[in-house]
Design a protein around this ligand. Structure first.
Ligand SMILES: *[C@@H]1O[C@H](CO)[C@@H](O)[C@H](O)[C@H]1NC(C)=O
Ligand SMILES: *[C@@H]1O[C@H](CO)[C@@H](O)[C@H](O)[C@H]1NC(C)=O
Ligand SMILES: *[C@@H]1O[C@H](CO)[C@@H](O)[C@H](O)[C@H]1NC(C)=O
Ligand SMILES: *[C@@H]1O[C@H](CO)[C@@H](O)[C@H](O)[C@H]1NC(C)=O
Ligand SMILES: *[C@@H]1O[C@H](CO)[C@@H](O)[C@H](O)[C@H]1NC(C)=O
Ligand SMILES: *[C@@H]1O[C@H](CO)[C@@H](O)[C@H](O)[C@H]1NC(C)=O
Length: 477
């Protein structure tokens, strides 16, 4: 075996594990129904996604402990255990010159070290539990839709009831303590914390999938009321208004999330208005004439941030289609660009990263963040010269497990793609909160200080073992 081949293999495995996770995508129930008709009895290209869903659903079903904010490992600043609580991941204590430090969290000021996770970040459990909750209920609801096993529906309903509704265990429909900055005299929530809970966009479609089950109506009504209240909080609180005013990916994800919840709560006019204000507002400054997204390109990982903002933009475009609202796909920014301009700008960059990987070069930013925006763009704009399809085929070979789930509600993607993943690794089966925004939550990481390498110890252990195996194999050859 040649050394470059060995390096490429290692890197491919590293990247695919690092990025495996469920990213935000519009879970389209019509698409899922088409998928069932077409692939359930004849899986072909869908076999690895179906297998991953079944496997992960069984694991979720076997877990006896429902998640709840009242189980939090730390008490929120207002002592109300029904509050969701998370910490600002990049803010560190600076105890220099401070005498008699008993507790650095309350005795020392905190300061920002962008991109570096504070060592104790893994000690706060709500963000991890929210991420696991969403992954578990989404996985089980998809498996239920595929096989009709009522046990899966009942368990999904139980998890949702425990997190959102049960009188003893519910989370309040607000986010006053998201990404709290700790430190003497502080402990205040930040608008950025709203991004932490974006995985909840999967809850409305999950509820829709359960509607035909024996647990349907009362759960649906309860959750609609919860998300109605949460939407009101998002639109009217100071923190919500702060996030809405953010002009980069934070503002985009705010709109994607809030419009989803408004639609779920039967407030379609509010959802459409929010999207049209976004398009005539902050979207105008998000894409340059040549397709570069200047606000994301200015960040520490420009490629990743640009893909990440596109995840939100295509989500909003597809939701707006469902709502018969603004045509976001064709909406032009101040410089005359569209979502397509931004995608086309990133296609050759993605190709370049894939080529570097193939040649065994180390890459700073994983390329597959572009996968779902690229698929959605191809679906909408078409692909006359086949370049999107070629790139998607390459990207699909480096994804696995939950990161393939989106193919199940986007069956048109499979109909003219021929690549399938070889990997059955589900190590990173949580919602991918490692979001590249620089402010989001990495549910796995704890003490890493390298922003890219923020996927946590189990993944690093896994990769370490792989490296040993591969090196032994290379020595034997
Ligand atoms: C949370 O607490 C409840 C009640 O004490 C318990 O039943 C459940 O197993 C706990 N969940 C987790 C994930 O620990
Ligand atoms: C972080 O990982 C290390 C092992 O690499 C472990 O010893 C430590 O307890 C972890 N910290 C948290 C807060 O989970
Ligand atoms: C819910 O819990 C509160 C106390 O936390 C209690 O006062 C109230 O009666 C409970 N409601 C129901 C319906 O059990
Ligand atoms: C969008 O328009 C279609 C076709 O007229 C209609 O069936 C659908 O109910 C509309 N959706 C919404 C959310 O208004
Ligand atoms: C996948 O399709 C492309 C054309 O779209 C073709 O060049 C390639 O050989 C196909 N690969 C496989 C494994 O069938
Ligand atoms: C996946 O399997 C195919 C066919 O078995 C093989 O050609 C390809 O190199 C494999 N890809 C990886 C990343 O191992």
């Amino acid at each position: 075996m040649k050394i470059p081949t060995l390096l490429a293999a290692l890197l491919t495995i590293w990247i695919s594990v690092a990025e495996a996770g469920l990213e935000m995508d519009l879970l389209n129930i019509d698409g899922l129904n088409t998928f069932k008709t077409k692939y359930l009895n004849n899986p072909g290209a869908a076999s690895s996604a179906i297998a991953a869903i079944r496997r992960n659903a069984q694991t979720a079903l076997a877990n006896p402990n429902p998640y709840s904010v009242i189980n939090s490992s730390v008490v929120p600043p207002d002592k109300d255990m029904h509050q969701f609580y998370s910490w600002a991941p990049y803010w560190w204590p600076n105890c220099k010159g401070i005498k008699n430090v008993k507790d650095e969290q309350t005795d020392c000021p905190y300061e920002q070290k962008d991109g570096q996770y504070v060592p104790d970040i893994g000690k706060i459990s709500d963000p991890k539990d929210a991420s696991k909750l969403t992954t578990d209920v989404t996985t089980m609801a998809l498996a239920y839709a595929l096989n009709g096993d009522e046990n899966l529906a009942t368990k999904t309903a139980h998890l949702l009831d425990t997190w959102f509704l049960n009188n003893n265990t519910f989370m309040k429909p607000e986010l006053n303590f998201g990404q709290v900055i700790r430190g003497k005299g502080r402990f205040t929530g930040r608008p950025e914390g709203i991004l932490d809970l974006r995985s909840f966009v999967y809850i409305p479609p999950v509820v829709a999938l359960l509607e035909k089950s024996s647990v349907g109506t009362s759960l649906t009504n309860g959750l609609k009321a919860w998300f109605n209240d949460y939407s009101t909080w998002l639109l009217t609180s100071d923190l919500g208004k702060g996030e809405m005013a953010a002009n980069n990916n934070h503002g985009s994800f705010f709109v994607a999330q809030t419009a989803t919840y408004l639609h779920f709560a039967d407030r379609d006019d509010d959802a459409r208005n929010l999207i049209s204000s976004f398009v005539s507002g902050i979207y105008q400054g998000q894409i340059n004439k040549d397709g570069e997204q200047p606000l994301e390109a200015a960040r520490t990982r420009p490629f990743h941030y640009q893909c990440f903002n596109l995840v939100a933009l295509v989500y909003i475009a597809r939701l707006s289609d469902q709502l018969n609202g603004t045509n976001v796909w064709e909406a032009k920014t101040a410089q005359g660009a569209t979502i397509k301009t931004a995608i086309d700008y990133l296609v050759p960059i993605t190709q370049g990263i894939l080529t570097d990987m193939k040649n065994g070069k180390s890459v700073k930013e994983p390329p597959d963040t572009l996968t779902t925006p690229l698929y959605a763009a191809r679906d909408h704009y078409g692909d006359p010269d086949g370049q999107y399809t070629t790139l998607l085929n390459k990207l699909l070979t480096i994804t696995s497990g939950p990161s393939e789930f989106w193919t199940v509600w986007n069956p048109q993607a499979l109909s003219n793609l021929n690549a399938t993943s070889n990997s059955t690794d589900d190590d990173s089966s949580g919602f991918d909160g490692y979001d590249g925004s620089g402010d989001g939550w990495d549910p796995y990481g704890n003490t890493t200080t390298n922003e890219y390498n923020s996927v946590g110890n189990s993944v690093r252990l896994y990769n370490g073992l792989w490296a040993v195996v591969m090196v032994v194999v290379a020595l034997l050859i």
